[in-house]
Design a protein around this ligand. Structure first.
Ligand code: PMP
Length: 404
C-alpha cells in the first residue's frame, strides 16, 4: 500500500506554513523536497566521518572514500549501468551536458558536423551545443513536434545526414510533461551510427530508468531533483565512449602522473573528476536513491500517474483553461494558462494562498516560441503530493480567475 500520509512525515518541510497557510508545494520539477534520512546522512557524515577522499592513508579518509565509492555503486545499480567506471559525478545535469559537449566536440566534431536536438530541450541541452557551434562551426538541427507536444519521429529520421555526430534529447519535457520514446529514438540514432545523450533530469525521479534497456550512450541527471542534495549530478556514459573522450577539467584526482614535460591521466571515471568531489553530497544522493528504491520506482510512477490524471481532469473543468502538452505518454508536469491572466500574476496570487508553482519560460524559450507564448504556469508533482493538494490548486486557480 502506498501510504502518502506516512510518506509526507518523512519530509519535515511539508508541515510548514507560508503566509499562515499550509504549504502546497507543486514546484518539484525545479527541485524536490528532502527526506529526513537524506539530510541526516549529510549531517552524520560531516560530524563523524569527514575527510578528503582517495588520497588519504588515514582511517577517516579511507572511510569517506568507501562511502563515496559505495554511492557510485548505488547509482550504478539504480540506472543499471554495467560498471561504476561509467558513473561520473558532476555538479548536476548542466555540468554533465557541458562536460559532454566540450569533450565530445573536441574529439569527434569538425566544422560542418551536426548535432540533433529536440524543440523541447531545456536551455542546458541547447546552449552548451551553441557554444560549441560558435567555437567549432558545427550546425544544430531541431526535431519538431506536433500540437499535442509529441516529437515528430518521421521528421527526426529525415534530419540525419553524413555529418550527424550526436543526438541529444530530453526523456521527459520539463514544460509539457511529454515522455519521449527515447528507446526508439536511440535505436534510430544507432541505425545511423550515431550516439545518443538522454537528459533524464525530469524522468529519473518518476520512472524506472535502465540505461542498458534504453541502450543510451550517455544519460545525465541531477541529485536535487530526485530528493538528493544540491550540487551533485551524474554523467553516465558507456565505457567505450568515455574511454575515447579527452579530459574535461584539469587538476588533482584526474591525473596519474604529472611532470612539467608530460602528464598522464587517471582511469575512468576519475579522468573526469578533477578536484575534491562533493563526497558528502554523493552520500546524500545514495540515501535518496535508497529512499525511492524502498518505496519502489514502479509504485511511485503508478501513484504519480494517478495524481497527474486526476489533476488534468480537474484542471480541464476550469473555464478558459489551456493546457500545454497533451501527449498520450506523459509525466507529472502540467503547464497551463487561464484566459488572458498573465502567468506571473497567476503564480504570485497562488503563492499568497500557500501554493508554490513555477511561472515563466522554464528555461525552454525555443519551446515557448514554438507554442507562441511567453510563458506558462507549471505545476509539477512528486511522490508526496496528494489529491487534496490538487484540489487546493484547482480552488486557488478558480479564485484567482474570478478576481480578473
Ligand atoms: N534538463 C531538464 C529537462 C531540466 O528540467 C533541468 C532543470 N530544470 C535541467 C536540465 C537542468 O538541471 P540542473 O539545473 O540541475 O543542472
Amino acid at each position: 500500500m502506498y501510504d502518502v500520509a506516512k510518506i509526507r512525515e518523512d519530509f519535515p518541510i511539508l508541515a510548514r506554513t507560508v503566509y499562515g497557510k499550509p504549504l502546497v508545494y507543486l514546484d518539484n520539477g525545479a527541485t524536490t523536497q528532502k527526506p529526513r534520512v537524506m539530510v541526516d546522512a549529510l549531517v552524520g557524515e560531516y560530524y563523524s566521518v569527514n575527510a578528503n577522499v582517495h588520497r588519504g592513508v588515514h582511517y577517516l579518509s579511507q572511510q569517506a572514500t568507501e562511502l563515496h565509492e559505495a554511492s557510485r555503486e548505488t547509482v550504478r545499480r539504480f540506472i543499471n549501468a554495467r560498471s561504476t567506471n561509467e558513473i561520473v559525478f558532476t555538479r548536476g545535469t548542466t555540468e554533465s551536458i557541458n562536460l559532454l559537449a566540450a569533450t565530445f566536440g573536441e574529439e569527434f566534431m569538425q566544422e560542418g558536423d551536426e548535432v540533433i536536438l529536440s524543440v523541447m530541450e531545456h536551455h542546458s541541452d541547447i546552449v552548451p551545443w551553441q557554444l560549441l557551434a560558435a567555437r567549432r562551426g558545427i550546425a544544430i538541427k531541431v526535431i519538431p513536434m506536433n500540437d499535442r507536444g509529441e516529437l515528430l519521429l518521421d521528421e527526426y529520421e529525415r534530419l540525419f545526414s553524413e555529418r550527424t555526430k550526436i543526438v541529444c534529447v530530453t526523456h521527459v519535457s520539463n514544460v509539457l510533461g511529454t515522455e519521449n520514446p527515447v528507446k526508439e529514438m536511440i535505436a534510430t540514432a544507432h541505425a545511423h551510427g550515431v550516439p545518443c545523450l538522454i537528459d533524464a533530469a525530469q524522468s529519473i525521479p518518476h520512472l524506472r530508468v535502465d540505461v542498458q534497456d534504453l541502450d543510451a550512450d550517455f544519460l545525465v541527471f541531477s541529485a536535487h531533483k530526485v530528493y538528493g542534495p544540491t550540487g551533485v549530478g551524474v554523467l553516465y556514459g558507456k565505457e567505450e565512449w568515455l574511454d575515447r573522450l579527452p579530459p574535461y577539467q584539469g587538476g588533482g584526482e584526474m591525473i596519474q602522473h604529472v611532470s612539467f614535460e608530460k602528464t598522464t591521466f587517471n582511469e575512468l571515471p576519475f579522468k573526469f573528476e578533477a578536484g575534491t568531489p562533493d563526497y558528502i553530497g554523493t552520500t546524500g544522493l545514495a540515501r535518496a536513491i535508497d529512499y525511492v528504491t524502498a518505496l519502489g520506482m514502479d509504485e511511485i510512477a503508478a501513484y504519480e500517474r494517478g495524481l497527474t490524471d486526476y489533476a488534468l481532469q480537474r484542471l480541464r473543468e476550469i473555464p478558459e483553461m489551456r493546457i500545454f502538452g497533451e501527449a498520450i505518454q506523459r509525466g507529472a508536469v502540467i503547464s497551463f494558462l487561464v484566459g488572458h491572466i498573465h502567468h506571473f500574476d497567476m503564480g504570485t496570487l497562488l503563492d499568497r494562498l500557500g501554493i508554490a508553482v513555477r511561472t515563466g519560460h522554464h528555461c525552454a524559450q525555443p519551446l515557448m516560441q514554438r507554442l507562441g507564448i511567453e510563458g506558462t504556469v507549471r505545476a509539477s508533482f512528486a511522490l508526496y503530493n496528494t489529491k487534496e493538494e490538487v484540489d487546493a490548486l484547482v480552488a486557488g486557480i478558480s479564485r484567482v480567475s474570478k478576481m480578473f
